[in-house]
Design a binder for this molecule. Structure first.
Ligand SMILES: *[C@@H]1O[C@H](CO)[C@@H](O)[C@H](O)[C@H]1NC(C)=O
Ligand SMILES: *[C@@H]1O[C@H](CO)[C@@H](O)[C@H](O)[C@H]1NC(C)=O
Ligand SMILES: *[C@@H]1O[C@H](CO)[C@@H](O)[C@H](O)[C@H]1NC(C)=O
Ligand SMILES: *[C@@H]1O[C@H](CO)[C@@H](O)[C@H](O)[C@H]1NC(C)=O
Ligand SMILES: *[C@@H]1O[C@H](CO)[C@@H](O)[C@H](O)[C@H]1NC(C)=O
Length: 537
């Protein structure tokens, strides 16, 4: 599915306002969308303004310190108020932006605790005069209507990782909560009990879960371990209508591994339907002092379809979450290494963002070697993975990735990927043949890395739980610590390759799994008791 993404993410990256298009931004209208013409000048639109933050370098340093288990500052997380005093825009930025808005008659703006976002309502006429050259049009795709500027949008694969139904699956081996818990060596005693523990899934794009589905799922599949069958808090508007497969899957599985842990759902969090919900969700986190410790999200875009300034700003938001001790987990995508057709018939792999962000933990997918029994895990060929073309390799992964690149493993031709980039995924879990209850019907064979992500997220929440019981802080941004484990506590997936370009050079193949870290399954899948032991100090 393709959708239009954030036009309304007007990035004020400098005190002096600039509204030029990022040169790398794609501005063609995705296929399924029809331009239904310019909106009336008096129609109301909402713009989200991201104001330039201060001390971003210091924020990055602090994230490294609080996430590095060898640092004396490990786990010394900041409160939202402390983050605010670090990144709050300068007086000059505020003054310039506010007088610019005032000069255009824009008065209805709301800020957040960190003061680095403004959300302003205005007429289309005002918005167009605010952003010279922009024109607001209404777009339809048959189902939804959106208002976007003609000069500012980009392609998105939306919930790229929207789970799919498997075509030729083994009928005997469908995952349910009990089977999964068994595979990852969770016992009946491995459930949450710490008072203030919490976890969340974030849903966008009209994806709703139904409380009755969750209840029925737990009745059917949740025997043998203590669990909750209700979501503790829904943030945002749950629309009416049918439940989404993705939403049902995420909630049902994070609550199966992260059993008996208070679970939140963030859903279409904006006040207006026309808003870009991913950005709305990020913004909301900067306006709430108490948010869950672990967030799992199955959402992504092609890296090459997004403006670098936009991704950099989203990275700053991930850093802000990380210094607060919050773990962000993203699905690695369901297209393997991906493929981008360049001119002259040449192809390159196509990384996806936020999976390629250096500041999140990215989760890949595995299958069972013999699907008829709990054999061992191999690569799921859809598992997203590769190397960013935008973000350089973070120091925490340099030695692991270098070891992979130097191993005897046959690599795709070097023209297909960028060895200097952030490599992903970081970790993995089973990603095929899941049972999901949606709209009261149990559906078998649901697949995708959007299944692996809540499964891993729930296990991290259980580890947080044990840490809280010992008086320790949450895990926060896991990667610096994860890469220091060198695979300890994880089941190393070493077999199989994922998808790549369907051309003569690589013949549909991307990278292949290998001992230790690899760009298909990361370090492998959690062996819960061993991982817990490795992360309990
Ligand atoms: C942030 O929270 C404050 C206080 O609850 C609220 O007034 C404000 O509207 C919120 N900001 C946004 C952008 O929603
Ligand atoms: C479930 O969690 C609650 C706290 O939310 C705790 O009091 C209770 O003991 C937990 N149940 C089990 C079986 O650990
Ligand atoms: C739980 O959270 C509440 C409110 O944030 C706080 O007052 C309380 O001390 C916390 N309890 C524990 C055990 O951390
Ligand atoms: C490779 O990645 C680096 C950043 O890691 C970037 O500067 C460079 O432009 C990328 N090369 C290509 C061909 O995209
Ligand atoms: C679970 O434990 C068994 C027995 O120790 C081990 O063989 C298996 O690999 C473990 N599972 C994972 C996912 O590591």
């Amino acid at each position: 599915m393709q959708i239009l993404v954030p036009v309304f993410a007007v990035l004020c990256s400098c005190p002096v306002w600039s509204t030029h298009l990022e040169p790398d931004q794609d501005t063609s209208v995705p296929e399924e969308w029809i331009d239904a013409g310019r909106v009336a000048p008096s129609d109301r639109v909402e713009l989200t303004l991201a104001l330039r933050q201060q001390n971003v370098d210091r924020l990055r340093e602090l994230l490294e310190l609080v996430s590095d288990p060898h640092s004396p500052q490990y786990g010394k997380f900041l409160s939202l108020e402390e983050v605010a005093s670090l990144v709050r825009p300068s007086q000059l930025t505020n003054k310039v932006v506010r007088s610019w808005l005032q000069n255009h008659g824009v008065k209805d703006c709301q800020s957040v605790v960190t003061e680095d976002f403004l959300q302003c309502e205005m007429t289309a006429r005002e918005a167009e005069s605010l952003l010279p050259g922009s024109e607001f049009h209404r777009y339809f795709n048959g189902q939804h209507s959106l208002v976007r500027s003609t000069s500012r949008y980009s392609h998105s694969r939306g919930p790229v990782q929207a789970p799919g139904l498997c075509g030729r699956c083994a009928p005997l081996s469908i995952r349910d909560a009990g089977l999964l818990r068994g595979r990852y060596n969770l016992t009946a005693a491995d459930v949450g009990s710490a008072e203030n523990n919490s976890q969340a899934v974030a849903q966008f794009l009209e994806q709703f879960y139904h409380p009755t589905d969750l209840k029925e799922f737990m009745t059917l599949f949740g025997s043998g371990f203590k669990h909750m069958d209700k979501v503790a808090q829904v943030v945002g508007t749950q629309g009416g209508g049918k439940a989404g497969l993705e939403a049902s899957l995420d909630v049902e599985y994070i609550m199966s591994t992260g059993a008996n842990i208070s679970t939140w759902v963030f859903t279409n969090p904006g006040r207006h339907e026309s808003q870009e919900p991913f950005l709305q969700w990020m913004l909301l986190l900067s306006n709430m002092s108490a948010v869950p410790w672990v967030h799992t999200i199955s959402y992504g875009d092609d890296e090459d379809s997004l403006a670098a300034a936009y991704m950099t700003r989203i990275n700053n938001e991930f850093m802000k979450a990380g210094v607060r001790g919050i773990s962000m987990l993203f699905a690695s995508g369901d297209s393997g290494a991906g493929c981008r057709h360049l001119t002259k018939g040449s192809n390159v792999f196509r990384p996806s963002f936020p999976a390629s962000s250096p500041y999140v933990t990215t989760v890949g997918g595995t299958s069972l070697k013999n699907p008829f029994k709990m054999s061992y895990e191999v690569t799921d060929y859809i598992s997203g993975g590769g190397f960013s073309n935008i973000f350089t390799m973070p120091s925490y992964q340099v030695s692991a990735v270098t070891a992979f690149l130097k191993s005897k493993q046959a690599l795709p031709p070097s023209t297909y990927f960028n060895t200097s980039g952030r490599a992903y995924p970081d970790i993995a879990a089973l990603s095929d043949n899941y049972w999901v209850v949606t709209n009261r019907i149990p559906i078998p064979w649901v697949s995708g890395t959007s299944a692996s992500t809540p499964v891993v997220g729930g296990m991290l929440s259980l580890i947080n739980d044990q840490r809280f019981l010992k008086g320790l802080p949450s895990l926060g941004f896991l990667n610096p610590r994860l890469y220091k484990l060198l695979g300890q506590g994880l089941y190393d997936v070493t077999e199989g390759c994922h998808l790549g370009c369907l051309d003569e050079q690589v013949e549909g193949k991307g990278f292949c799994a290998a001992p230790l870290w690899d760009p298909v399954t990361g370090w492998g899948t959690p062996n819960y008791p061993a991982l817990l032991a490795a992360l309990l100090d």
